[in-house]
Design a protein around this ligand. Structure first.
Ligand code: FAD
Length: 431
């Protein structure tokens, strides 16, 4: 990868001679797309305003869990959000506002939370994720940067009867889509995962789920990008675009213009702003979340753990434990709300024997890119013949990255699609 920290201007000048596709955003989605396009023989340049992989892709939970690859808009979520709106420590929070764009987004979110919409979208996302996790596994076994891929399953710990009933209904539904699960009673659960303490009534094991270290996974993609001759220009912010009719002619960056024959927008949450520069309305909001790390303690979980009712996730890496949570619908706000971070830690300690102190670094915040129906948009821009979108992956960007890239590359190259593209079509929400 071209790490252009020294002189981004020179790196951009070099890149101008070596591209036919320009990708905006070097997160897990942009890099995965670049790799898939380069494998088809395209010359690809990726631009990022910061360091590659430093957006939402950096410190997420690292879960590769098709069992939970749901759109954000789910039956019951809108009601929950309304109930939690006044609770400064709730795991799902929508900041109250009368801003018209936010009200439109909320209306779309509520409509998409209907069971019929959810059931139209969820199977497609689960399939995309299942394929992607297999692809991550192949990448892990092909050598290169070790990104801690482990397929040891996910255990969802449940404390209440209503939580159990809800989780079992969800598991039966995903089972109908091919996702295996089993019920563990409380004794078995504590035997298999002694880190779980406190009072719980059992849990659901999804044995085929996996996890990895998210920033290392991006590094592995970066390595693949380098091998394929992709130019990644860092610290190069796209600030505008030249559009003529239905064609993007050039991108304006802080270091000058760059043009290609095709463009891919994969800038995570910030794709909304870039859409404006490209003449496309993209209803993007951010769902902020946090992750914290603990040193590896004397009892270390074997598999990822979800604290079902508390909406806290736990991921065991080789040398540490990552705890993540909170979904706060906000604008461009990466500030760390210590009160919410403490609530995540308290939630985790209520059911897990965690080491007494957190490890460095301090709590990390990331912005999940969310469209109103909580489905990614993958495909051609409704307004441009040479602009393609790979955006809006909300809680599933890591677990759906390889499949997203495959779908986009197939669409761009006119190949027979591996996945039905319709549920992901940008036409449904971008104008
Ligand atoms: C707390 C938390 C936990 C999560 N856990 C999981 C999980 O376990 N599994 C999972 O699958 N997903 C998870 N997610 C979601 C996942 O992190 C995102 O879906 C994914 O990272 C989105 O990737 P992306 O490449 O679209 O965006 P990003 O990683 O945000 O990348 C976008 C890139 O675009 C660049 N960019 C922005 N503006 C410009 C510009 N103007 N010019 C050039 N470049 C620009 C940014 O610098 C950034 O590098 C979690 C998210 C959070 C916050």
């Amino acid at each position: 990868m071209t790490h252009a920290s020294g002189n981004s201007s020179d790196a951009l000048a070099d890149a101008r001679d070596s591209r036919d596709t320009v990708v905006i955003g070097a997160g897990v989605i942009g890099l995965a797309c670049a790799v898939e396009l380069a494998r088809r023989g395209m010359k690809v340049v990726v631009l990022d305003r910061g360091r590659a992989g430093n957006g939402a892709s950096f410190g997420n939970a690292g879960w590769l869990t098709p069992s939970l690859a749901f759109p954000l808009a789910q039956p019951g979520y809108a009601m929950k959000a309304a109930r939690w709106m006044l609770d400064p420590e709730s795991p799902f929070y929508i900041r109250p506002t009368l801003e018209p764009a936010m009200l439109r987004w909320l209306a779309g979110f509520i409509l998409s939370s209907r069971r019929s919409r959810f059931r139209a979208n969820a199977p497609a996302l689960i399939e995309l994720s299942r394929w992607s996790v297999d692809a991550w596994e192949s990448l892990a076994s092909s050598g290169g940067v070790d990104f801690g891929f482990e397929r040891r399953g996910l255990l969802m710990v449940l404390e209440t009867e209503s939580g159990r009933d809800h989780a079992r209904r969800a598991a039966s539904y995903t089972e109908s889509l091919g996702i295996a699960w089993e019920w563990w009673d409380a004794d078995r659960l504590r035997n298999e995962e002694p880190i779980v303490t406190g009072r719980q009534i059992g849990g659901i094991l999804y044995p085929r789920d996996a996890h990895c270290v998210p920033d290392r996974a991006v590094a592995r993609l970066g390595q693949e990008a380098e091998r394929l001759g992709i130019r990644v220009v860092e610290r190069c912010s796209v600030v505008g675009a030249r559009v003529e009719g239905d064609e993007v002619v050039a991108l304006k960056t802080e270091w000058g213009d760059i043009s290609g024959s095709q463009y891919v927008l994969a800038a995570g949450y910030w794709s909304g702003d870039l859409g404006r520069a490209l003449g496309l309305r993209i209803p993007m909001r951010a769902a902020k979340g946090y992750s914290l790390q603990f040193p590896r303690g004397s009892i270390h979980p074997v598999r990822s753990i979800s604290l079902g009712e508390r909406k806290v996730t736990v991921t065991p890496h080789q040398d540490r434990l990552r705890v993540a949570g909170t979904l706060e619908i906000v604008g461009d706000d990466l500030s760390v709300n210590e009160r919410r971070v403490r609530a995540i830690e308290r939630g985790a300690r209520g059911l897990l024997a965690l080491p007494p102190d957190r490890a460095e670094p301090a709590a990390w915040a990331g912005l999940r890119p969310c469209l109103p129906d909580g489905m990614p948009a993958i495909g051609r821009s409704p307004r441009h013949r040479n602009l393609w979108l790979a955006i809006g992956h909300q809680m599933t960007g890591l677990k759906c990255a390889p499949g997203t890239a495959r779908m986009l590359a197939e669409l761009m190259c006119g190949e027979t699609p591996t996945f039905g593209p319709r549920p992901f079509s940008p036409d449904r929400c971008c104008r």
